[in-house]
Design a binder for this molecule. Structure first.
Ligand SMILES: Nc1ncnc2c1ncn2[C@@H]1O[C@H](COP(=O)(O)OP(=O)(O)OP(=O)(O)O)[C@@H](O)[C@H]1O
Ligand SMILES: [Mg+2]
Ligand SMILES: [Zn+2]
Length: 559
């Protein structure tokens, strides 16, 4: 290796000379001197090698910011030959043809120099547009030297260390972007959660009111029909007893016959009330039969409205979980037609395709403006809102079309696969909550991690870069898991973060901003899932690319 001029050659009298020449002088002091000189030469070479091995530019500069010495990194940074840069101004060396008066680096360097003279810290970071690097600059006064037994600072000289932290800077920017993205997602989720909480509380209030209404209605019905009939039956039976005792058997028989008719009517009333509360047909035969029965009833009670039915579905083809929602939808929509529509015709249709089961109730009545329903107060109608809620809870899609003077159409469609697998929908709800939790944990980790960690003084920048990259994989993998419910397999590897596995609709990547990088030493990261040390293991084997090792060759891992 060529000798670097980090330490000037000392003016040694016999440096490199023939030792036999010294013998002639016969001077023991000479021999001593020679040993000292070779020790110094060895130390000098060791020191040169050490400083030249650094990837950072290390220079000694004087008060005019001129380079007194520089290490070999000046060549790897393409700033010139080591010997040629001596005596040149550092700023001009870094920025040939740059006007120091308008240069951020130059201004920062001057400021740091003043801080150094004042005895303060003199470190700064600067994005250098000319070198196209982000630089971390450390400036230190030369250590005091001992001369004549007294400690004196070396006059007007300082050591400056320039480290290239571009990669770390970019990783930090990526992490910040990811952080921001996560925060946006959390905000959106929180908004959704708040909205569903409000909806839930409105619905529970409505539920209580609806229950109260229902109790009142049943009480009224019992009072008006059964109660009154039973009073009449009791009265008739008492009269029959009196007649039996007074006028004899024959006279009482007539009265008992009319009482039996009344009991029969009461029985029918009871059946009818029970049927409306929950038609036994629904349990005995199924939804389609119950709907057909309800339509017939409706036809009898509201004779002026003609009802047309097209029930092209069999009881057996309706999943059990949909029987009640279908019946309640027909009940509520037909009641609405009777109460609000002033319609002449109403159409009830049930259809089934390979993927959907649909129910549609339409009328040719007065219609209404559906936007009026939005923001309706708690004492407004609950029927349609309940139907919408019931549809969404059972995986269906509710739609309402109405316009003043143009009738009303209510339609609910249930995807058949969804209806068959309610467990699936339950697991999805849980997943949303899990997602929220994971995202919150990630934010917590990032908050404590990013700021202090990434702008620490750069020492072993490659090890740090590897660690930071592994951390960014970790975050990305957590997001992947939020979406997919699992980590990529060992076979899928980290590449799974960038491309969707076939047939996995949950994948919402890419989860990294750029393609999966090699580690800072040019080796691929090793990814194992499930991992031996944590849920997944990510390893860079360091500079040597082999497991184990120390210093820069040590493994960098995520556990
Ligand atoms: N078929 C229809 N024709 C005309 N207007 C309708 C029809 N269906 C609903 N509406 C209008 O929409 C409003 C809301 O209906 P919704 O079923 O939610 O409540 P409601 O029937 O008034 O009360 P509830 O159903 O709670 O007893 C009704 O008050 C009515 O103005
Ligand atoms: Mg209603
Ligand atoms: Zn400049």
């Amino acid at each position: 290796m060529a000798s670097a001029p980090w330490i000037d050659p000392l003016p040694l009298p016999h440096r490199g000379s023939n030792p036999e020449a010294a013998v002639g002088e016969n001077n023991s002091k000479e021999t001593q001197n020679s040993a000292v000189h070779s020790a110094i030469a060895r130390a000098k070479q060791e020191w040169e090698c050490t400083v030249d091995a650094l990837t950072q530019v290390v220079c000694v500069i004087d008060g005019a910011r001129n380079v007194v010495r520089a290490n070999r990194a000046i060549e790897t940074w393409c700033l010139g030959r080591v010997r040629e840069v001596q005596g040149r101004n550092l700023h001009q060396l870094l920025h040939p043809r740059c006007d120091a008066r308008s240069c951020a680096f130059s201004a920062e360097l001057d400021e740091a120099w003043s801080a150094l003279l004042a005895g303060g810290a003199a470190d700064f970071e600067v994005r250098d547009p000319i070198l196209e690097r982000v630089l971390s600059v450390t400036l230190r006064a030369m250590t005091p030297t001992v001369q004549d037994g007294a400690e004196r600072p070396t006059a007007d000289l300082a050591v400056i260390v320039l480290s290239d932290i571009t990669e770390l800077h970019n990783i930090h920017a990526d992490l910040e972007a990811m952080n921001e993205q996560l925060e946006t997602r959390i905000e959106a989720r929180t908004r959704e959660l708040n909205a569903s909480r409000d909806e839930l509380s409105a619905l529970s209030t409505q539920l209580m009111t609806a229950q109260e209404h229902e109790r009142k209605r049943i009480a009224q019905e019992l009072h008006d029909s059964i109660g009154q009939s039973m009073s009449a039956i009791k009265y008739s039976l008492e009269r029959a007893v009196a007649i039996f005792q007074g006028e004899g058997m024959h006279a009482a028989t007539e009265l008992l016959k009319t009482t039996i008719v009344r009991v029969q009517q009461t029985l029918e009333s009871t059946r009818s009330i029970a049927m409306n509360l929950r038609p036994s047909l629904l349990d005995d035969l199924g939804a389609v039969s119950a709907v057909a029965w309800f339509c017939r009833e409706f036809n009898e009670v509201y004779a002026p409205i003609r009802i047309h039915t097209d029930l092209a579905v069999t009881d057996a083809s309706v999943p059990e979980s949909l029987a009640t929602p279908i019946f309640r939808t027909v009940q509520e929509t037909l009641n609405n037609v009777a109460r609000h529509a002033r319609a002449s015709n109403v159409f009830v249709s049930m259809q089934s395709t390979d993927c959907e089961l649909s129910l549609e109730v339409s009328d040719d009545g007065v219609g209404f403006d559906p936007t009026d329903l939005r923001g309706a107060s708690a004492d407004g109608g609950h029927g349609l809102r309940g139907l919408r809620e019931r549809a969404s809870k059972t995986g269906g899609t509710f739609s309402l079309r109405s316009r003043r003077g143009c009738g009303t159409v209510v339609r609910v469609g249930w995807p058949v696969a969804h209806a068959r697998s309610k467990a699936e929908s339950a697991s999805q709800t849980g997943f949303t909550l899990l997602e929220l939790l994971v995202v919150m944990v990630i934010i917590g980790i990032l908050a404590g991690f990013v700021a202090p960690r990434y702008f620490m003084q750069v020492g072993k920048s490659q090890v740090k870069a590897a660690r930071a990259q592994i951390d960014s994989f970790d975050k990305a993998l957590d997001q992947y898991r939020v979406d997919m419910g699992r980590y990529p397999t060992t076979e899928e590897g980290l590449a799974g973060l960038m491309g969707s596995p076939p047939g996995e609709p949950g994948w919402a990547g890419p989860y990294l901003k750029k393609a999966v990088p090699l580690d800072p030493w040019g080796h691929p990261y090793v990814y194992v899932s499930p991992g031996e040390h944590s849920e997944v293991d990510i390893v860079s084997y360091g500079k040597d690319g082999q497991p184990g090792g120390t210093g820069e060759s040590a493994d960098v891992t995520n556990w």
